[in-house]
Write a protein that binds this ligand. Sequence first.
Ligand SMILES: Cc1cc2nc3c(=O)[nH]c(=O)nc-3n(C[C@H](O)[C@H](O)[C@H](O)COP(=O)(O)OP(=O)(O)OC[C@H]3O[C@@H](n4cnc5c(N)ncnc54)[C@H](O)[C@@H]3O)c2cc1C
Length: 396
Amino acid sequence: MSVHVIGAGLAGLAAACQLTELGHHVVLFEAAPQAGGRARSYFDKQLGCRIDNGNHMLLSGNISALSYLHRIGARRSLTGPAQPVFPFRDAKTGAAWTVRMSPGSFPWWIFTPGRRVPGTYWFNYLRLRKIQGAKPADTVAGLLGGSGALYRKLLEPLAISALNTMPQDAAAAALSPVLAETMERGGYATLPRWARIGLSETFIDPALEWLRAHGAEIRLGERVTALRPGQATVVATPPWVAAELIPGLTVPDEFESICNLHFKYQMNPGETGFWGLVGGLAEWVFARPEIVSVTISAANRYVEMPAADMARAVWGELAKLFGLEAGALPPHRVLWERRATFRATPAQMKRRPGPYTPNPNVVLAGDWTGTGLPATIEGAIRSGNAAAMALLNPAG
Ligand SMILES: Cc1cc2nc3c(=O)[nH]c(=O)nc-3n(C[C@H](O)[C@H](O)[C@H](O)COP(=O)(O)OP(=O)(O)OC[C@H]3O[C@@H](n4cnc5c(N)ncnc54)[C@H](O)[C@@H]3O)c2cc1C
């Protein structure tokens, strides 16, 4: 069968790989001159080096993402600590702590004060079990209490980064599969992982190479404006484009931004190469070769803040916490992804369609479709796999 895949983000690439592997001829259309969508690398002239549009972290329990990387021969291009270790700093107090999970599924680590969040007791962690019983209308903060050391120093930062939505608004049901597939399976399913060189080098370029080598046709810079009648098609575009291509489709229509700041500065990577920060603007810091990268998720709340003020404030936090040169702001780039993901609120979750459409020749993929997962790499890849299988099984 000949299949058109529209959109060469991770969802479209995953669908294209799956269909190609099953022997179908894929033509992949991408409107932009390069593939990758919201996960891509580029050469930044101002900084004089390659950067990612944003830091992307995976966990070792993200099995669809790891299988995808295995298929395209890029599994070894990830990096990260050998142990499930999460160092944190508090921007308000300067306090530092490191969560050191135990590897297996029984959480021995919560019984050892030096391995768990300071100021917590083992029984506080039982609260996490509530997430698995989350009802569609529950929010993360509503279900987990929204206060206390465990919430503020671990659950809130994890929830904001996984859901890209503030916990008082975010659907707890979107967090439950994330926790079930990672933390609840134990430390070995919670190893932090990211692209060693860059997002494109790990997730995108090897996929394009694999697809070409297996006979797929890749058409970059070709925007699809209408579906071809009778043509088997995977629509793997952002939701607003899918709704234009398929009139009457209900899709998420509220979005959250993510702000990434890249500072040209060589910082000591410490034990893990990254830190979670609470109590300030910066939320995750990655010490990469030549570059210190900072992520601020659910960033609609800062949308009025000028980029220069943001850069100064974030550098000030880093300087204080890590003993860097406070006065000299290094060359930097502030990148806003305005529609980084849909807002994972209970109302928006209801607007996520499954892969099927009324037209049996047309299926949907994208991190915004009804994977059950939040809008993540794992969700995007899983949606691409699901769309490919839905196209081959139109009866559902
Ligand atoms: C700054 C940032 C940080 C993030 N951090 C993380 C993280 O730490 N961990 C994590 O797991 N996830 C993270 N994510 C989320 C992750 O990047 C996305 O979930 C994933 O990349 C979405 O892939 P997708 O294929 O669903 O969509 P997209 O990447 O948006 O792909 C859609 C593609 O369709 C193309 N297109 C649009 N219209 C047309 C058309 N008419 N014809 C042809 N092509 C078209 C677009 O150009 C695009 O390439 C982050 C996202 C951002 C923006």
